[in-house]
Design a protein around this ligand. Sequence first.
Ligand SMILES: [Zn+2]
Ligand SMILES: [Zn+2]
Length: 596
Amino acid sequence: MIRTSESDHQHRRTRTVAPAGAQSVDVATKPQAMTSLDASAVSRLLREFGQRTALRPGNPYRAKAYARAADNLLALSLPLEEVIAQDRLHDIPGVGDAIAGIIERLHRTGTHPALESMRKEVPQGVLELLTIPGLRPDKVLKLHKELGVSSLVELEDAVRAGRLRKIKGLGAAFETKILQGLEIRRKAEGQRHLHRAAELLKTAERHLKGAGLGVVRVTPAGEFRRGCELVRGLSLVVEVKILTDGPQTLAASDQLTVHLTDARRYGITLLLATGSQTHVELLRRLAAEKSMALSNDGLRRRGKSLPAATEEQIYAALGLPFIPPELREGTNEIARALAGTLPALVTDEDIRGILHAHTDRSDGADTLEAMAEATRSRGYEYFGVADHSKSAHYAGGLTVDEINEQHAEIDRLNAKYGDRFLIFKGIESDILPDGSLDYPDNVLATFDFVVASVHGRFNLDRKSQTERILSAVANPYTTILGHMTGRQLLRRPGYEIDLEKVLAACARHGVAVEINANPWRLDLDWRWHEKAIALGCLMSINPDAHSTSEINLTHWGVEMARKGGVPRQKVLNSLSLSAFRKHLKSRRTFVRPGSV
Ligand SMILES: [Zn+2]
Ligand SMILES: [Zn+2]
């Protein structure tokens, strides 16, 4: 899915892994005691522990907690031995007393009595089936018990032979889902969502800082720093006070690479560790054209090293402005930098208001007041609530009465806020199968804005799905088109639509295109942003928050917009409160006076 990830991997492999010996290397490569297991091995067993727990009746959250802890173990930047000796297992997110006990036992003895007894229940191969997106444990058990399926290969054979549809409760749609899931799984191998990568990198950073290496600063690099929507290898650049043998690359675990460097070479180490490989290769060529050479120590001209403490210095020596990491995919960024036409990318600070958020009236966790207050306390100027509409029964969609109640509550809160902050009355209206919105016009007219989204009937053919969305875009009440393709990363592909046609319609009707900031969605895909802007679209970076903490997801949407080359001027919610009100007014002259 990410073109550059493989090349990064190769890039890393070709660089030398540092020999043990330097003070800092000791910690990461110190041999484990013979009898105990390292973090990767314990992580594998803990994952198995979680998978086997998921296949038994009981609390599904427990199974998830094991899986999460197993994942977090992989990002340890210190040997597990040491973490246990320092009694710091509890520092690992998701590790409480119970899991810490299991980890210690697995580490010490290589197994656990509970694991051994669960191993008698189902064969190992069945656990693979749990890694297929969308395949729940109860269905896995059914497949195993009723069809004798015990591995991925057997499952695929059974699907292709049409054996599943003979079982009650499974069917043709289920078969399609499995085939899709198998395909996603193949592509997803080793990839993780941005927010998970962020958590793992934070844990690794914390451990490095606590390891007594003389760490001065730590910066995440690689795909994460480039804002790739899925991250395969994790990478950290670490400045240490004393570096005996020059910059070193350590494979701290299966998943994490640590690049040790010093202040003098921080820029070059960060540049190389960030990639992409294509970008770095193009820089090398540019350097050669200018009679310079780019090495692990930085640029050299006529045998003399040039300053390499910051990336800016290196770009400047090449006659380039700083190129933001998100743009370093080796497409046209260097040509644009040379021509002075790099876009000034939107930043987190440019976002002035939060639109598209849910409250406990639909499927959110927090009250309207709590959501508004959380938005205000983060320094934003306005909050646009957008709960689910009435057809979304499964998500507590709002009836007309509930809408009236919510609007009265908004009026009350707004009176309290005065000029300092404003709540806008919005709704996330389902786009019904025929393309209409979910309420009659007289109800739609009571909203300040409408996010129109598809939540069902994903399997329409491309032409009908496109027509359906086009008619929602043409509806004068639609303000924003929500998560345009419905994709969920590592879970399901988007539905089939003619994206270009829909984007052109959004531009024509002045409907903003959502960049849904939920790391599972990140929809519209960044690869389409430039096109959208060229067609004349405005983007809206929305967290689709279902709790106060999810307001922070906005950051991932900003990352995507940056990756897609979106400047502040093209972002609807970078408008100030007064400009945003004007925008709504100009679009909706028929909105009742005083409501905006
Ligand atoms: Zn939605
Ligand atoms: Zn939503």
